[in-house]
Ligand binder design. Sequence first.
Ligand SMILES: O=C(O)CCC(=O)C(=O)O
Ligand SMILES: [Fe+2]
Length: 320
Amino acid sequence: MSKSTATLTSSIQVQHLPGARFGALIEGLEPAHLSQADKAAIWDAYKERHGLICFDFGHLLTADELHALTAVFGENEFAPGLINGLGKAIPEGEEDLSIEDQVARIRSTGRDPYMAYIGNLNPETLDAKPVDRKFFGEWEWHTDMSYVEVPPTFSLLHARVVPDDGGDTGFCSQVMAARALSSERRQQLRGLRIKHDSTYGSSGILRPGMTAPPSPVEALGYAHPALRMVPSTDEEALFLGRPTNAYVMGMALDESETLLDALWAHATQPQFCYRHQWKVGQVVVWDNRMMLHMRYPFDETKARLMWRTQTKGEAVIAAA
Ligand SMILES: O=C(O)CCC(=O)C(=O)O
Ligand SMILES: [Fe+2]
């Protein structure tokens, strides 16, 4: 990887993520003492390595440290499922409840509204916590919260407890997938919008307050351009969201399904994908504009707990 002037004054070590065609591995970073040079080196790695970085700390972070690392990538966004309309249906009678009131309510329970806990352990006590069986199964390819108009840009996952086997996270570069489109397909995709369903979470569980739609045509969600621009690197990326209940706006359902099947087969080819095996203490950050991700299954007798943060997004820009 080329060295920029920024990396000369930062003590962090940046290398290619082993086993991946994209992604960087960063070691030696002190999240409580992030310098301007560190931040510049992180952004260089992000740009050169297509929006995926694994930070190897070798120890667990505090919540403040994870929030400080998140702030390198943007303004912290609320965790999904806590604020009305952000991965959570608006309960009757709460239509006018302000975000400030909701945040005050969440904080009064001792909960950090910017942190999500994904796992089958109580995040405080680390005691086993009952979860839906789907938690252990495969989580479908997706980009985070793409069913809202302005989805979060970066997501960060911090491995606290991981099984010795299984539970890997897959990443798939949609910039590489877009580059490999035929010119006919690229032409066809310009102007097309795909609706990204909000009813099911990535593991296949219905989200709080949601009901299953009769068909993808009626599913609640947001329709985004199929091909988007990523302004930070000035490249195009395919933007498929997630397979469940996806729908190409304006098409007959069977026509939409046929096109989506072909796009998913193209988008998730092995040469665009990387499978991450976690080590406790790592933080992986990805740019949802450039990257799909999924989670591999693991054994129901095992424990897994991740802390998760995300950054606020910006309006989705269609490829010209
Ligand atoms: O737990 C994982 O490996 C991935 C979960 C996920 O989809 C996410 O955090 O956005
Ligand atoms: Fe996700």
